[in-house]
Design a protein around this ligand. Structure first.
Ligand code: FHN
Length: 571
């Protein structure tokens, strides 16, 4: 085979994935709906309460409710006030563009008319309606992309599903049988009977990569355009789905180079709890949305309808106010991307082509927004709410000041548009030195080259991965102000297959070459001492880490530390 044919073959799945991701990257904001028989319990079982801060939809597991009793309770589930149109409309008004509903959560109860299991809302309850179908239709009417959540591993009802240790003998479980008899067939139903799905939201991972790939295969076969979230695969392994999920309510510190979404609650639980009244404010929701988008991700914000199907009034109130903001400021959110400039004292920034959207969460003294590090010329500035009114721009040295003035500030977030020459350009970050603080070179400050990529590690941490050859590297620019001898420490995790791979740490003109030490499965980072180098003079210095030769993934790199040694006698 010719090399270009091989290259094209390798690039094809990636291109298809990027194509599938198009709408998702654009839409940014989705509604998560956690709804099931647990909603009726509202956080309480026989006088025992789920504490606020804990997940009310986990009530069956938390109180080890026997399957028999939970099933009996579910017989009475009759959410007559469930109104799919109202929910889809609320999502649209809030500015949400996709909706993900729990078709089956960990309790094993199907919220749709499943033929695979009678334990579903149509056959098992007096309600006899199919909320998943009703939501699919309502979303279509409202122009919202319809998606389903499916708990593919965890199932506390099925004798072979994962998680129920109080009714079933765990040692006797036949997990492949659960997959064969329930999980995969139900997935097939959802992919067949509910029209085109935007995405399937799997949860809590699965034991092996092969099992995850069975779900991926089914989705690709039945709905090739449907996205698959990151949690389809086992935690602690590389991404099997189309994009990464942060951990629940997770907010990365920024700079990820893979597309991601963060699922977040509006109070402290996913399923409804009558005890949890800790609602986020509309300002907080808007600012989270902006922060997530400014870091290059999507915000999937949850609602938990009550047992009768009603959406809790505080949820409606918050989302309506969020909607008032998104309706006016949508241009600064949808279809935008992460901003290379971060860490402003007043807020955040999103980008679309040659426009930068400065989001001011607070009003700085004098009504002036200041930023530094932008290399482009700035053509004009105006508030998004008042495009005809140009704002005064001033540039001194590296600092750009935009005077917004005393009026026109938004309570949640004031958006100022900067029209600049071309896509915003900045210099790579310069790592400077404090007196006795070591250089801490992490993923955030690194500039990656080749295939090396900054990723979420699915345990809530971040690292650099996917570096397989010498051209895949990460680099930092340092400004040395204290020449001297420095101890070099590297922190990483490396599965068995990476052990023995050689890598080089180049610090100016000195190079340290070492072999990767295996650290086992999962992300338990370990620090290794690489020895001592001498930084001979003050001034700029480049540090680079890269594999020495081609092979599999080098390691999951966390950071490099350069710690100055005091005194003369070292090593
Ligand atoms: O266990 C679930 C939880 O109930 C909820 O569905 C969240 C949503 O992201 N996912 C799991 C925990 O990560």
């Amino acid at each position: 085979m010719k090399w270009f044919a091989l290259l094209a073959m390798m690039a094809a799945p990636l291109a298809a994935q990027q194509d599938r991701l198009g709408w998702f990257r654009h839409d940014k904001f989705g509604m998560f709906v956690h709804f099931g028989p647990y909603s009726m319990l509202a956080g309480e079982w026989k006088g025992q309460r789920i504490p606020v801060g804990d997940n009310a939809e986990w009530i069956m597991q938390r109180f080890n409710i026997p399957v028999r009793d939970y099933r009996e309770m579910a017989h009475g589930f009759n959410p007559t006030k469930f109104d799919a149109s109202a929910i889809a409309k609320l999502a649209r008004l809030a500015g949400m563009k996709y909706l993900v509903v729990t078709a089956k959560h960990h309790d094993g109860f199907a919220m749709y008319g499943s033929r695979v299991s009678q334990y579903n809302i149509v056959d098992w309850t007096p309600f006899h309606r199919d909320p998943v179908k009703e939501l699919a239709d309502a979303c279509q009417r409202e122009g919202i992309r319809f998606c389903v959540y499916y708990s593919h591993r965890e199932d506390w009802d099925h004798p072979d599903g994962y998680g129920n240790h109080w009714d079933y003998d765990v040692s006797k479980k036949d997990f492949p049988r659960y997959l064969r008899e329930k999980s995969l067939p139900q997935m097939r139903e959802l992919l067949t009977d509910y029209g085109p799905l935007g995405l399937i939201w799997f949860d809590r991972g699965i034991d092996t990569r092969e099992q995850a790939l069975e779900f991926v295969k089914l989705v690709r076969e039945l709905q090739p355009k449907c996205l698959i979230n990151g949690r389809v695969g086992s935690y602690g392994q590389d991404l099997v789905g189309d994009y990464q999920n942060m951990n629940d309510n997770g907010m990365p510190s920024g700079g990820l180079e893979e597309y991601w979404e963060t699922p977040q609650t509006l109070n402290q639980t996913w399923g409804y709890s009558r005890f949890d009244q800790e609602w986020k404010t509309p300002a907080n929701v808007v600012q989270r949305l902006v922060e997530i988008v400014s870091k290059g991700g999507n915000y999937l914000l949850n609602i938990g309808p009550m047992g009768d199907g009603t959406v809790p009034p505080p949820t409606v109130a918050v989302l309506e106010q969020v909607g008032a903001w998104t309706q006016k400021n949508g241009e600064s959110i949808y279809g935008t991307s992460a901003c290379p400039l971060t860490d402003f004292p007043w807020g955040r920034c999103t980008v679309r082509g040659d426009r930068m959207y400065l989001h001011a969460f607070t009003r700085p003294a004098g009504g002036v927004l200041r930023l530094s590090g932008l290399k482009n010329d700035v053509r004009s500035a105006y508030r998004l709410a008042e495009p005809g009114q140009r704002l005064e721009i001033d540039r001194k040295d590296d600092v750009l000041s935009v005077t917004v003035g005393p009026r026109g500030w938004d309570e949640f977030d004031t958006v100022v548009v900067l029209e600049v020459s071309g896509a915003p350009q900045t210099d790579p970050p310069l790592v400077t030195q404090g007196s006795d603080i070591p250089f801490q070179l992490d993923y955030r400050l690194a500039v990656t080259t080749g295939r090396a990529i900054k990723r979420f590690n699915r345990d809530g941490g971040f690292h650099i991965a996917k570096w397989t050859g010498p051209e895949d590297a990460c680099e930092w620019r340092l400004l040395v102000s204290q020449p001297g001898r420095y101890r070099v420490l590297i922190s990483y995790t490396a599965p068995r297959e990476s052990a023995g791979r050689r890598y080089a740490v180049r610090i100016g003109d000195q190079s340290l070459e070492r072999a990767v030490v295996g650290t086992g499965e999962g992300y338990h980072y370990r620090e290794f001492d690489l020895g001592v180098v001498e930084l001979k003079k003050a001034g700029p210095l480049t540090v680079r880490v890269a594999p020495v030769s081609a092979g599999g993934n080098l390691m999951y790199f966390q950071h490099l530390v350069l710690r100055q040694l005091s005194g003369v006698a070292v090593e």
